[in-house]
Design a protein around this ligand. Structure first.
Ligand code: ARG
Length: 463
């Protein structure tokens, strides 16, 4: 018979020596997975309720176990619980304590289940809650981005390709591009929830169980859509972990992209945006400095998310079915990615609230680099019935001429323009106005002020 003396591992009948100190040190995961205690207890309660309904355990034993589990829940919540590394993980720590509280009848709890299904049940439930928290934080970032966009609908700046001035855009439009990205991030997280919504509990170690369990009951109790289909896949599957880590990586990457742009625009070379003193740091030697450290922090942390994602991919590569200890690292990676992202989202929200545009500088920069060249080519197509390619060549010649004469396109006289294209009239001079260039981009999704206002209204209504 298995002895359950409190200082011994559950398997001490079979394995008669304590694990070596070194193994005990590395093999346990309690410091990490104790974070799953709520979910573990929730899963255990659903499991014993099901065992009772299916007449596998008695009413009395079910109640005793639930009593013990609730007590443990309170002990952990109020930090009165002593976690022991010797019992490896949260599941064994709770089971061990259950023996102390209710005695040998605790031994019925593990009928028709294994830690292999327990751990992913807990983990899936945890990811569901974590996802909601992440999405709430993304919502806050979206709100702050929209707020900044609203203040900058009519702020003219150059849009870049290759970091070279390309065409005139509104800073508000640029910001709304990130609203699109963050909205997709939310969907990516929700898609994962949809996929992981199958209950692993009750597949036991890997092959199912001979007990007449009701996995639909536990699914319903624990808020899953249905039970998983294949017992072997269930305990081996960590796709939902990968999907979560991938979603975190993409969201971090979006934050990193905007962080990088804001860093560049905050540089003395560009000077397009201002950051308030709340979100910059000084230098230990250069008294004049105000550095965008927080943005750099955000850009850097993306490396952590990628690292966790690649670690998990690598752990799974070539791993045979079904459960192996290799899988135990999944939680550390997910907790770390989750905490890092939530932290970054909060920081980024703070940065957005402390960021403003330097409208004068933006406009100045937009007036360089001949950014209305495409507008001129379009004008030639429309007004003078040229093919776009022909209009493109004519415009390129006009740009060359402007460059030679050290002028902006808007500074060229009609006579100068006519040297390249004699059909041009006075009307062409309007084309070089940046505001009208922006407002001519009325196509759906374009940068015209009206379009941006409509998008802002649309997104505000979604909230
Ligand atoms: N702590 C383990 C983990 O996180 C739980 C599953 C243990 N199963 C086993 N057969 N050793 O993966």
């Amino acid at each position: 018979m298995t002895k359950n003396k409190n200082n011994q591992a559950i398997w001490n009948t079979r394995i008669q020596k304590d694990a070596s100190n070194l193994f005990q040190k590395v093999g346990n995961s309690i410091d990490i997975d104790k974070r799953l205690y709520k979910e573990d207890i929730q899963g255990s309660i659903a499991h014993v309720e099901m065992l009772f309904r299916q007449k596998i355990i008695s009413f009395k034993i079910k109640n005793k176990i639930i009593y013990g589990l609730n007590k443990i829940y309170k002990e952990i919540t109020y930090k009165k619980f002593e976690f022991n590394k010797k019992y490896e993980d949260i599941h064994m720590n709770i089971e061990k304590r259950l023996f102390q509280i209710i005695g040998d009848e605790a031994g019925y709890i593990h009928t028709a289940r294994s830690r292999n299904d327990q751990v992913i049940t807990d983990f899936k439930i945890w990811i569901k809650t974590a996802t909601k928290d992440i999405n709430n934080n993304i919502d806050k970032v979206i709100k702050s981005t929209i707020k900044l966009a609203e203040k900058n609908v009519e702020t003219i700046m150059p849009g870049f390709t290759h970091l070279k001035n390309a065409q005139a855009i509104s800073f508000g439009h640029y910001l709304m591009a990130y609203v699109e990205m963050f909205t997709r991030d939310k969907k990516r997280f929700l898609n994962n929830l949809d996929n992981l919504d199958e209950n692993p509990l009750g597949v036991a170690a890997l092959s199912g169980t001979s007990f007449n369990i009701d996995r639909n009951f536990t699914s319903k109790k624990l808020g899953f859509k249905r039970p998983t289909n294949n017992s072997i896949d269930t305990v081996s599957d960590r796709d939902f972990v990968l999907d979560f880590l991938y979603a975190v990586s993409v969201c971090s990457m979006h934050i990193s992209r905007i962080a990088e742009e804001l860093i560049i625009w905050n540089s003395d070379g560009f000077n397009l945006i201002n950051l308030s003193d709340k979100v910059v740091t000084g230098s230990s030697i250069m008294p004049q400095k105000k550095n965008p450290d927080l943005l750099e922090y955000l850009r850097g942390k993306t490396g952590v998310s990628y690292g966790n994602f690649f670690s998990m991919l690598t752990i799974l590569k070539g791993l045979p079915l079904s459960y192996f200890k290799d899988l135990q690292d999944d939680k550390e990676l997910v907790f770390n990615s989750n905490d890092t992202l939530v932290n970054c989202l909060k920081i980024f929200d703070e940065v957005l609230k402390n960021c403003s545009s330097n409208k004068k500088k933006m406009l100045e920069l937009a007036n360089t680099g001949h950014i209305t060249a495409t507008d001129l080519a379009d004008y030639l197509v429309r007004e003078h019935s040229m093919s776009f390619r022909k209009a493109y060549q004519k415009t390129a010649a006009i740009v060359n001429m402007a460059e030679k004469r050290k002028k902006n396109l808007s500074e060229l006289t009609l006579n100068e323009l006519k040297k390249i294209e004699p059909k041009l009239t006075e009307k062409v001079l309007e084309i070089f106005n940046l505001k009208s260039s922006i407002n001519s981009k009325k196509s759906f999704g374009g940068t015209s002020f009206e379009n941006i206002k409509k998008m802002i209204t649309k997104y505000k209504k979604l909230k």
